[in-house]
Design a protein around this ligand. Structure first.
Ligand code: AMP
Ligand code: MG
Length: 437
């Protein structure tokens, strides 16, 4: 069995080219790398083979400080404990110079890289890293003690507002995409080995049975009893939570979580660093969010990974449509590719994106789907959903206008298709076709 795991690979190399973006043509252009002098920064990262060493502390919750440790601690096993230890950002190596801070680290089961500009760049970078770490403890399906893991293990749990919000967005995008996006696909993804890394091709009957658990509509928000210590007494009260109405079901936020977190970072930068940060480009694996502008009002440019080539080789460059006026306008460029995480058995390639109709990995001639939007969670969910839909349905969905986004599809022959809103923003090095309304 051949296994390839590139989740966390930066699907699109982050570039900062000083030249203008040329026209996108419908003709084939020879791919050329930008002149090295033009590249002021470029991030190409690969996923570490093993899990990073990280503490197995459980997620935090707002239990009162200095309360006696309840002896019956184990009774509250569905409730996260208070976070301890130094902030995550203390462990980072941050390179700060000339009003710019840069760091790369492992979190969210992928490689994160950040470049932040402005007088407050270092503090903003630390705050973003700590936010990522905090939310990883909420939405990671595998991390010991994460809220999502506790929920999946118990079928019900007290949950933070963030988990409830991410789940509810996932449900919304599931409905809007007619089930192509399905947060309850976890048991099927697991059966193929994409969580454990023990890849296998399940029997058809097994897939059929597991598909009966993939019911996002059976994930319900519900109040859960919580016992808390207060004034030396243990009180019981109700807290927000989630309950699964189908036994054995589990949630997978892998298709939306990074986008959700990117949105939270954008929000925090706008609330807390609007005066101290002038621009930022943050890559959470294949999810890239650009905020504001580079120095001198230059735009961020993001390379679109060539699915058939080595990591960092791109076939087009997208100029991020952020504004330098007013606040730190966000612009997300999110890619899902069938080359990210897959394995091969007898020459058949099985990718990590599952068609919820069949329970089988998607195989429809698309090699990657990129979505651009000011909403990163939407872009993230849509890349996965449009990948499942395939070219024709994806185009139909874009034309329907259900959501405001643009997309770049790359087929397995390396041809690029761009929706018309992107055509002036993309410099392409390969045969390119424009999709019109
Ligand atoms: P992405 O790379 O954003 O396309 O997300 C892929 C991840 O989402 C996979 O690794 C699975 O954990 C999960 N996933 C796979 N298929 C689906 C689907 N049809 N709907 C929602 N999530 C999915
Ligand atoms: Mg996605």
């Amino acid at each position: 069995m051949k296994v390839k795991s590139l989740t966390g690979v930066l699907l699109a190399a982050i570039l900062a080219l000083s030249g203008c973006v040329g026209n996108v043509g419908t003709i084939s252009e020879k791919k050329e790398s930008p002149a090295v002098d033009d590249v002021q920064e470029e991030t190409v990262v690969t996923e570490p083979e093993s899990e990073p060493e990280q503490s197995a502390e459980v997620a935090g919750d707002e239990t009162a400080e200095a309360e006696p440790e309840p002896e019956e601690e184990e009774e509250d096993e569905d409730e996260p404990e208070e976070e301890q230890g130094p902030p995550f950002s203390d462990s980072l190596e941050i390179n700060t110079a000339d009003g710019k801070s840069v760091a790369a680290f492992y979190a969210l089961d992928t490689v994160i890289s950040m470049t932040i500009y402005g007088p407050e760049s270092e503090n903003a970078l630390k705050a973003a890293a700590d936010l990522i770490d905090r939310l990883d403890r909420v939405i990671s399906p595998q991390r010991e003690g994460s809220e999502l893991r506790i929920l999946n293990e118990n079928g019900n749990a007290i949950c933070s507002d963030e988990l409830i919000e991410a789940v509810s967005l996932g449900q919304e995008y599931g409905k809007a995409t007619d089930g192509a996006f399905n947060i309850a696909i976890y048991p099927v993804v697991d059966a193929w080995g994409f969580f454990s890394g023990e890849y296998r091709v399940p029997e058809a009957e097994e897939i059929e049975e597991l598909l009966t658990l993939a019911r996002p509509e059976d994930v319900k928000e519900a109040e859960r009893p919580s016992k808390e210590w207060s004034n030396g007494r243990r009180n019981s009260k109700l807290k927000k939570g989630i309950v699964f109405e189908t036994e054995g079901m589990k949630i997978d936020l892998g298709g939306i979580g990074k986008g959700y977190i990117a949105d939270k970072i954008a929000l925090m930068f706008n609330e807390d660093y609007a005066d101290g940060v002038t621009g930022a480009v943050i890559s959470l694996g294949g999810n890239i969010i650009c905020l504001g502008k580079k120095p001198e009002g230059k735009s961020f440019k993001v390379g679109l990974q060539d699915p058939g080539k080595a990591v960092g080789e791109y076939l087009a460059v997208i100029t991020a449509a952020t504004s330098s006026e007013g606040n730190l306008t966000p612009y997300s460029i999110v890619t899902s590719g069938n080359y990210e995480r897959f394995f091969e058995v007898d020459g058949v390639k099985y990718t990590h994106i599952i068609d919820p109709e069949t329970g089988y990995p998607v195989e429809n001639g698309l090699a990657s789907v990129t979505v651009t939007s000011d909403d990163s969670a939407l872009a993230d969910a849509l890349t996965t959903a449009l990948f499942v839909m395939g070219y024709d349905k994806a185009v139909e969905f874009w034309r329907s206008g259900t959501y405001d986004f643009e997309m770049a599809l790359i087929d397995e022959n390396g041809k690029l298709y761009l929706t018309e809103g992107l055509k002036d923003q993309v410099k392409s090095y390969v045969q390119t076709e424009i999709i019109t309304r």
